[in-house]
Design a protein around this ligand. Structure first.
Ligand code: PT1
Length: 273
């Protein structure tokens, strides 16, 4: 399967790794804008050297109970990083945002993929992506990050996530976004209990059946802590297992913090598949 994202074409015949680059001042414990930009670019280049296939740049945390940041704050975090990185790195860059204006400016700055936890539901978001040649990831979420883990609720989580992704896929197609540009993502941890997340992994084949490439993100999420224990090493090891299991079940791209370990583990998966 080929994924088209503007000037890059990814052949998804082997599992791919998306490296996470958080551009939140607290993740660099410094505060200064120049330093934050510089350190984020350095971190991205490190992930590239470790074998990442895609670099995902994000300026707003979407983990449970996170508070949104303003448009101006998000722009000032991510745009300088994308501008600098696109000049020195030959990997596709994705922008992790749901804000259409961030998408627009990120594409101008050199982003190749829009990674949207709201699946282009914000007014204007579909138009920004349709009017470009970038790829897009449409993700499922129940509720909003601030409150999504308070009471996740489904009759049939697999059927509902599948239907949502199909609906958003069809909206994107009807706006002129080519099928080859679209990734789907069940949104692990986004308004889902441990049982919901596990059901989605067990039945990932039902999402594979939609026929679009799948992206999954389980790295360092609470569910891994709940299963394996919450210390750093337990989450790392559990995360590797989660990437291996999901790629064996048909996920094409895994979004992770720990790129080197994941790349090594997925070489075994590639050899087997
Ligand atoms: C994801 C994802 C993302 N996750 C895509 N983008 C985050 N496409 C940010 C927890 O349960 O899975 N797919 N962008 C990070 N969000 C979370 C959510 C982090 C839940 C942690 C948890 O701990």
């Amino acid at each position: 399967m080929i994924f088209n994202c503007g000037k890059y074409q990814l052949n998804l015949n082997r599992p791919h790794v998306m490296g996470i680059v958080n551009v939140t001042p607290d993740s660099f414990s410094d505060g200064g804008k120049f330093n934050t930009t510089h350190l984020a670019v350095e971190h991205a280049l490190q992930l590239a050297a470790e074998g990442a296939d895609i670099l995902d740049i994000g300026g707003e945390s979407t983990r449970p109970s996170a508070t949104p940041v303003s448009l101006d704050e998000e722009l000032s975090r991510v745009i300088p990083v994308i501008e600098a990185l696109s000049k020195v790195c030959a990997l596709p860059i994705s922008i992790d945002t749901y804000k259409p204006e961030v998408m627009r400016q990120a594409i101008v700055a050199g982003a190749n993929i829009v990674n949207d936890i709201r699946a282009l539901q914000e007014p204007g978001a579909l138009e920004v992506v349709a009017g470009s040649h970038v790829g897009v990831c449409l993700m499922h979420m129940q509720g909003l990050p601030k409150t999504m883990q308070l009471d996740p609720n489904y009759h049939d989580v697999v059927a509902e996530v599948r239907q949502f992704l199909l609906d958003r896929l069809n909206v994107a197609l009807s706006c002129g976004i080519d099928r080859s540009r679209i990734l789907l993502d069940p949104g692990f941890g986004f308004g889902k209990t441990r049982a919901h997340n596990i059901l989605l992994i067990q039945h990932l084949n039902q999402l594979v059946d939609i026929g679009q490439p799948l992206l999954v993100g389980l790295s360092r999420k609470a569910i891994l802590g709940a299963i394996a224990g919450g210390d750093e090493q337990q989450k790392l090891h559990a995360g590797i297992a989660a990437s291996v299991v999901s790629s064996m079940k048909g996920a094409n791209i895994v979004r992770v913090h720990d790129v080197k370990a994941t790349v090594d583990a997925l070489k075994v998966v590639a050899a087997v598949l």
